[in-house]
Design a protein around this ligand. Structure first.
Ligand code: PLP
Length: 422
């Protein structure tokens, strides 16, 4: 089964289709490189979270850094989603897409004064504060603005690295969050500052997590802190378990979102916090398997040591392989009868790190269309203009309809704000 199924499938003739649309044809009509998303796949992924949270006060805040294109945000806003943002720019995007600031939580370790002021003026629901320095600064900015800033503290649950080595942000010794042991003191400080109003607690333990256990471990530690903070007389209205649920790139078998949420809620209920509003901040798991990147084969370059399949998408379009050595499935959009060969799929950028996949077996010829699967998250959102490559266009499929949600950039746009001297 293809990652991204059931919206992504091969038809009887071997043509790769997303929401029923033949991908090769979309690539030819709209040009490549081209990102194509299934709106239904995004909404299905969101519905799994919402289903498990039904009947409770809750808010799913899409961590929009995974894919911040306006039509993606619009899709989620219309489905009742809030947003987890990490910059003032992301706040502007939410508002431009029709989202409401009252459903926005503002995460990130480096919020500037200007971003704090912008978010206060917009009326965000909550600042997820990551250090005591940030508490002090936020209080000052709020007092100067004649407001009180709603705050949640992002605590670092220090989930055991030995059992869960893949977790990258929930451990001691990384830049995120307030250490478990310092959380109570930080809450006391927050409660004493004139510009702040304590409203909640949050954590986010990492990304591409494929098991339930680390979430349960983190939840127990977060609930320990809730108990200690409330015993000190500081009430917490919401508990935010962050994001990080993994998707299938190859043979990973992450838990379904509704199963994960149910397991977490069992713990919350067992500890007596079932009446609290529950927040989640999923990014990758809402959009990752909903998108593909289409690219056209330019040249085949067989060699003694390696065969290269040179395509028109590159590391600037899709950073994950170059940046994290991430493995992403690559499938020909139409199947050929010729025997398969083994290819390194590489782009035209002048870097040896510019590859999309290594040692992939398929039959191809110049002009063929390939699809990089599971490219909906941290794909377009991380694209750059390295080598003066205009960024790709994006399509959103919605049943029969094909929406161009981002036009291809032009080279002229890339240097429009530059000036010659003199
Ligand atoms: C990136 C991030 C998320 C989402 O992570 P995913 O792995 O994409 O689900 C959620 N919360 C915070 C604070 C983040 O930084």
């Amino acid at each position: 089964m293809l990652p991204g199924a059931p919206h992504l499938a091969r038809d009887a003739a071997g043509e790769l289709r997303l929401e029923g649309h033949a991908l090769a044809e979309l690539g030819r009509r709209h040009g490549t490189p081209l990102y194509v998303y299934s709106r239904a796949a995004m909404l299905n992924a969101l519905a799994a979270y919402q289903r498990a949270l039904q009947g409770r006060r809750h808010l799913v805040c899409y961590a929009m850094k995974a894919n911040s294109s306006l039509a993606v945000l619009q899709t989620f806003a219309q489905a009742g989603c809030g947003f987890d943002i990490v910059s003032g720019g992301e706040l502007e995007r939410v508002l431009a897409a029709g989202g409401s600031a009252s459903r926005v939580v503002f995460s990130g370790v480096g919020k500037t004064r200007a971003e704090m002021r912008q978010a206060l003026d917009a009326g965000v629901r909550c600042f997820n504060v990551e250090s005591t320095g940030e508490l002090e600064r936020l209080s000052e900015v709020a007092v100067a603005a004649g407001r009180r800033a709603p705050v949640s503290l992002r605590v670092n649950p220090d989930v055991d690295a030995g059992t869960h080595p893949y977790i990258s942000t929930g451990l001691k010794g990384n830049k995120f969050g307030i250490a478990h042991g310092e959380a109570l003191a930080a809450y006391r400080r927050a409660a004493s500052l004139p510009g702040l109003e304590v409203v909640g607690i949050d954590c986010h333990i990492g990304s591409q997590i494929t098991q339930v256990e680390p979430y349960l471990d983190a939840a127990e530690r977060v609930l320990d802190i809730v108990a200690a903070v409330e015993a000190a007389g500081i009430a917490l209205q919401h508990i935010d378990f962050g994001g990080g649920l993994g998707i299938t790139y190859t043979d990973e078998t992450p838990p379904a979102a509704d199963l994960l949420v149910r397991r977490l809620l069992e713990r919350v209920d067992a500890r007596g916090y079932g009446g609290r509003e529950i927040l989640f901040e999923p990014g990758r798991s809402l959009v990752g398997n909903a998108g593909v990147l289409l690219t056209e084969v330019q040249y085949l370059k067989p060699g003694d040591a390696k065969n290269f399949c040179i395509v028109d998408a590159a590391m600037n379009d899709l950073m994950r392989p170059a940046m994290y050595e991430a493995w992403m499935a690559i499938e020909p959009c139409a199947l050929r009868a010729e025997p398969a060969a083994t290819w390194d799929v590489v782009g035209p950028v002048c870097e040896s790190g510019d590859w999309l996949g290594r040692d992939r077996r398929f039959a191809a010829a110049p002009g063929d269309m390939l699809a990089v699967l599971s490219a909906g998250a941290y794909g377009m959102a991380m694209a750059s203009n390295y080598n003066t490559r205009p960024r790709a266009a994006e399509l959103m499929l919605d049943g029969e309809r094909v929406h161009v949600i981002r036009e291809r950039e032009t080279a002229r746009e890339l240097f429009a704000r530059e000036r010659l001297i003199g």
